[in-house]
Design a protein around this ligand. Structure first.
Ligand SMILES: [Zn+2]
Length: 138
């Protein structure tokens, strides 16, 4: 059994409880404005574009494309020392939002990545409370 995760964790907020409950079930959900029809991330109870509070949740497809990436060679905190090198990335989700994440399922080398490549969500259970959505090549 792997030792318990000791790295940094997202801090759950009332506005994001639904999101984290869904990631535990390996589902990616986004907020969507019912007025301007834009989906957005991170979860907030108002639309960041028009300010409206007429918003809902949508079950995202989990599909996206690589917008940009960087390969982290030096651990930003000691607890991630055995994780480097790893890939941080921004993924353009099919529903519109640009999503900060990690790319997994490939060695962390530039030749394994290309801007625009197709990706799909996968999930990493860090703790009992936090399951992170990550992306891997299709
Ligand atoms: Zn809006």
């Amino acid at each position: 059994m792997a030792p318990p995760y000791q790295g940094p964790l997202p801090v759950r907020q009332p506005e994001s409880d639904f999101y984290w409950e869904k990631t535990k079930k390996h589902e990616l959900w986004l907020r969507k404005c019912m007025d301007c029809k834009d989906a957005y991330f991170y979860p907030r109870d108002f639309c960041p574009k028009c300010g409206n509070r007429n918003v809902t949740w949508i079950h995202a497809s989990g599909k996206g494309t690589l917008h940009t990436f960087a390969i982290v060679e030096r651990a930003p905190v000691p607890a991630l020392g055995d994780k480097v090198p790893f890939i941080v990335a921004m993924v353009d989700l099919e529903e519109g939002p640009r999503f900060p994440t990690n790319i997994v399922g490939v060695d962390a080398k530039p030749e394994n990545l290309s801007i625009g490549m197709e990706l799909e969500v996968t999930f990493l259970e860090l703790t009992e409370e936090i399951t992170l959505p990550l992306f891997k090549p299709v």
